[in-house]
Design a protein around this ligand. Structure first.
Ligand SMILES: *Cc1c(COP(=O)(O)O)cnc(C)c1O
Length: 463
């Protein structure tokens, strides 16, 4: 798609280059509740605050860029998922979206379980007191050390991802004198992303054992034979940033079909199914995510209906939301450094972070929104692209958005919905120092992950 010059110039929002946002919002000072954490608001003097603290004060105290996480909002979302799914289901927060010890404690207190997919995530979870039996261990190539650590710790389940892993985990469990609870991750031939899903030919991926060709059935056969394993269920994860439940419907249908085959062949009804995560959030005002209670109701209905048709007892359901819990709870606060209007194109606004603190735009072409948060403005909207300070032209944070035309260096701008896959995917590219995560709650702010320092960089570089 071409983003070439438009004769009328995009700074006048009547004629815009291709691929632009359709029109500027009616009021640039307005904060759309859909994309901002629940305690974010504009104070009477125009400064945005979160958890009762103005961003200008937060920037002074903690510097920029910084991730500000709204603890109240995080707990509310975690609780909403827990409540929606009820006592006969389990919610596993996907730690890869964002994990820190404070977050582990919040999850524990709110009654959620936790998914980890590396030794590092497991250590973080255990060191913050998450009971091991509430941890699920994922990954397509867990090392022998990781498996051993997980089994010794007593994790509630290991999700097996390949034929080799079935044998490997069984062997390690047995040599430790244990019987490990496991699920087998299968690929059901469905891949869902945002508003559509594709129901064929999506077994071409590294995760899971394909249902096709009887491979999943064979994996189950082998797992059931091994003394070191207690097979408790089947796992399926179909994609990310999903809004449409029909992909889950097809996946559940196919997983229940496998449960039925297992019952018919082995006379066992596996007690659990895990339908994975991937539920979408609003990154911009154009997105309309589902509420947890709607998702829970839909999934419960789908599974019960399928099981009834197959004459199976309804298994215990688990889900693994990551983004849907943490994504909307945080925003990234940046200071504007330079502003470069390009005639007939757009205005480039450079901030003091970039692809090192948010790789999603460069990696997935993700859409974000942005707002001026250190003051209000009555100036006309100008079309901007918010970029970082890295030596890379793909270093884009927000592709297309509107900010007031009187934007100036030193202004603070914020990108909402950066709680998931931003700090957790942050890098040291250009030896950038990864920003802190500051948790804000009821007028108090506390660093939960500190800012990296140049000493941190030099400590790893042993000369
Ligand atoms: C990534 C992942 C999740 C979480 O995905 P979200 O999009 O953050 O909800 C859950 N389960 C598995 C197996 C995953 O790989």
């Amino acid at each position: 798609m071409s983003r070439s010059a438009h004769p009328a110039g995009p700074r006048h929002a009547d004629v815009l280059p291709e691929g632009h946002p359709s029109a500027p919002p009616a009021d640039l000072n307005h904060l759309d509740r859909k994309v901002w954490a629940s305690t974010v608001t504009r104070t009477p003097d125009g400064v945005v605050s979160v958890g009762g603290i103005e961003v200008t004060r937060l920037a002074e105290e903690f510097g920029t860029p910084a991730y500000l996480i709204d603890e109240v909002d995080f707990r509310e979302r975690a609780r909403a998922w827990r409540t929606a799914f009820g006592e006969d289901a389990d919610v596993f927060y996907a730690g890869k979206a964002f994990l820190s010890r404070a977050v582990v404690r919040w999850l524990h207190e709110e009654g959620l379980n936790l998914d980890v997919c590396s030794g590092g995530e497991l250590t973080t979870a255990l060191s913050a007191g998450m009971p091991a039996d509430r941890i699920a261990f994922h990954g397509n190539n867990k090392s022998v050390d990781e498996i051993e650590t997980a089994i010794r710790a007593g994790v509630g389940r290991i999700v097996l991802d390949s034929f080799q892993e079935i044998v490997r985990v069984a062997h390690i469990a047995q040599s430790l004198g244990k019987r490990q609870r496991v699920q087998i991750r299968i690929t059901v031939g469905v891949e869902a992303h945002t508003h559509e899903f594709i129901a064929t030919a999506h077994e071409d991926q590294k995760f899971g054992v394909p249902l096709a060709g009887g491979q999943a059935a064979e994996a189950v056969r082998r797992a059931l034979q091994l003394d070191g394993l207690e097979l408790i269920g089947i796992h399926s994860h179909i994609g990310s940033q999903i809004f449409d439940m029909s992909g889950f419907e097809v996946a559940a249908h196919r997983v229940v079909g496998l449960l039925k085959d297992i019952r018919d062949e082995h006379g066992v009804e596996l007690p659990e199914i895990d339908l994975g995560g991937g539920l979408g959030i609003a990154y911009t005002s154009a997105d309309d995510p589902r509420e947890p209670h709607e998702i829970a109701k839909a999934l419960h209905e789908i599974v019960s209906r399928e099981c009834e048709a197959a004459k199976l007892r309804t298994p215990r359901i688990s889900v693994e939301p990551g983004r849907a819990i943490v994504g909307p709870t945080a925003f990234t606060l940046y200071e504007v450094g330079t502003i470069k209007p390009l005639e007939n194109l757009r205005t480039y606004v450079s901030v003091d972070g970039g692809m090192s603190d948010n790789i999603r735009t460069a990696l997935y072409d993700a859409e974000y929104s942005v707002a001026l948060v250190s003051r209000t403005s009555e100036a006309a909207p100008m079309l901007v692209r918010v970029v970082g300070k890295h030596c890379e032209s793909g270093d884009i944070v927000v592709k297309d958005a509107f900010l007031p035309a009187d934007l100036a260096p030193g202004d603070l701008i914020a990108v909402p919905a950066t709680g998931a896959y931003c700090r957790s995917m942050a890098s040291n590219y250009n030896h950038a120092l990864r920003p802190p995560v500051v948790a804000v709650r009821e007028g108090e702010a506390r660093v939960i992950v500190r800012r990296e320092t140049e000493e941190d960089l030099l400590r790893l570089d042993v000369g």
